[in-house]
Design a protein around this ligand. Sequence first.
Ligand code: SF4
Ligand code: F3S
Ligand code: FES
Length: 248
Amino acid sequence: MGYDARFRVWRGDLDGGGLQDYTVAVNEGEVVLDIIHRLQATQTPDLAVRWNCKAGKCGSCSAEVNGRPRLLCMTRMSTFTPDEVITVTPMRTFPIIKDLVTDVSFNYEKAREIPSFTPPPGLAPGDYRMKQVDVERSQEFRKCIECFLCQDTCHVVRDHEENKQAFSGPRYLMRITELEMHPLDTADRREMAQNEAGLGYCNITKCCTEVCPEHIKITDNALIPLKERVVDRKYDPIVWLGNKLFRR
Ligand code: SF4
Ligand code: F3S
Ligand code: FES
């Protein structure tokens, strides 16, 4: 059964903006992105929204619905009652470009800071061998669609612009973990994780895990194991002695 929904959508750009009210038709089986598209088609042709796959796989349509970070294409209208006002706003953690579109380059900058995969020297491609258990461990992290909802939701940067320099956010701490767990990788990123990526800022609130559309257990399977590895390094007596002798 179709009905008319009340939508409140943030319109504006870097210079400012505000919420605007619209009444839009809804059909059975639709998602929030369908309604935004209908708004564009019938009332607001200049409304900016980023999207691509409409299947929860490209990670482009991230925004906030009633204040919660969500993929617009995976948020079903049936989760709201017909009399509810549905508020759609851009991701709060990143600078606005226009309307629902934000500038997510913070994430790409953080990605570039991570030392890349470093196999042992002289290892030919055909010589790569990994145990299935190691493949499976990192497989979960590779489901990431880079929607940046976890980055948007983490309180360390959500309301603290000043922390962005020192904190890479859950998605990129998870990337460090993935590389650290790779059996063929020879680089040691533990110090980098702590000092440059700001692992210590994470106090395991798990909000990142809650919003991940791929249901990756970011906190339990990536951030906590990374913290354990960093602690191991710090309190390993051999490492401690080495630091004492050679790093003065
Ligand atoms: Fe999105 Fe999950 Fe990847 Fe974070 S870890 S960017 S929430 S898919
Ligand atoms: Fe932030 Fe996730 Fe840690 S929300 S504080 S990175 S557990
Ligand atoms: Fe691709 Fe929503 S449009 S994830």
